[in-house]
Design a protein. Structure first.
Length: 336
């Protein structure tokens, strides 16, 4: 009998959860994809100067940003120096381009998922001017990844999505910038997540540096909750950047994690030396062991927001995002 009841409850819960996801298929949204890296690596390096001008004319804003901000060419350099700099990059990064071509010869699957995410954005935030263009590119392995660019464009750096085990990342230059736990996210599957995370940050930039730890935790949690709404069905562990096992362990140790903050009186601290240990990227949480993930404060904040929303199921996502973190914390009465 207990098994039957459990199955019925599971079915009801599953049905409720599936009903919560709105149907956005009828929301019209035009999205175009432009493969900058294909155009760049197709240039004839023996006739680079005039072709580079043509490329920048084709991508007027991004082309200039790519050369100055992404490649790091100094705008004060003479044209010949800039051309040689770009030529050297094309030559050196041909293997990276060839690898990306094998993985992303067809970008359509990612385009469809990003488009669906943007349809959810329009559903929840109809007044937001979402980007209608994606530009893919390849930059330095120790440089920029993804970004929300000006001119209504999402820029996707394919060089940071070649697979965590790619031998291209086995060099000191990459290790200096990206720790091993960050390389775990250098997977094609993170393209959509990173794009939508940029949208979240554009809609709700974080300005909480002078706030207490618990306020910052809840603000992080609000953004993870929002990201989950924009990408329903995506694995939670990837949304927060954990491995599947790390997230499972976090749920198993949820009370222990919360007690870490409560028993040490960390929740109301404004000491940045303490806060930085629990908010933001990190290889682990020292007090929880070597196998634990970093950014554990964001995980706890996420659970607080979930608890709050379980008590306020009719609250719109936009209303949640505009609700003060202190209100969410007090009303959630989170205690795992």
């Amino acid at each position: 009998m207990r098994l039957i009841i459990s199955l019925i409850l599971a079915t009801v819960l599953f049905s409720c959860n599936t009903k919560k996801e709105p149907d956005v298929s009828d929301i019209k949204f035009d999205l175009s994809v432009h493969r900058f890296e294909k155009d760049l690596f197709a240039l004839d390096t023996n006739k680079l100067a005039p072709q580079l001008d043509q490329l920048i004319a084709k991508y007027p804003s991004f082309g200039e940003n790519f050369i100055s901000r992404i490649l790091g060419a100094d705008p004060r350099w003479p044209m010949d120096s800039t051309v040689n700099y770009v030529r050297n990059f094309i030559t050196a990064y041909r293997p990276v381009y060839d690898t990306a071509e094998k993985i992303f010869s067809d970008f359509t699957p990612y385009e469809k998922e990003i488009k669906k995410g943007l349809q959810f954005v329009q559903y929840y935030f109809p007044a937001y001017k979402a980007p209608h263009s994606i530009i893919t590119y390849i930059g330095p392995l120790d440089g920029y990844g993804d970004a929300l660019m000006e001119d209504n464009t999402l820029a996707v750096g394919l060089h940071v999505h070649l697979g965590k085990n790619s031998t291209l990342y086995d060099n000191p230059m990459v290790a200096e910038v990206y720790a091993g736990y960050l390389l775990n996210r250098f997977e094609p599957s993170y393209i959509v997540i990173n794009c939508m995370n940029n949208i979240v940050q554009d809609l709700y930039p974080e300005k909480n540096e002078d706030q207490s730890l618990v306020i910052q935790m809840v603000e992080k949690g609000k953004r993870l909750y929002m990201l989950n709404k924009l990408l329903p069905g995506y694995p939670e562990n990837k949304l927060i950047g954990y491995t599947e096992k790390q997230l499972q362990d976090c749920y198993k140790s949820e009370a222990q994690i919360w007690n870490l903050f409560v028993q040490n009186n960390f929740l109301q601290t404004i000491d940045n030396n303490i806060i930085k240990n629990y908010i933001g990227e990190g290889p682990k949480t020292q007090e929880l062991g070597d196998e634990s993930p970093g950014n554990i404060g964001s995980f706890a904040g996420w659970q607080i927001v979930k608890k709050y929303m379980s008590k306020n199921p009719e609250k719109k996502l936009s209303e949640l995002m505009n609700t003060p973190a202190e209100t969410i914390f007090q009303e959630a009465k989170y205690k795992p």
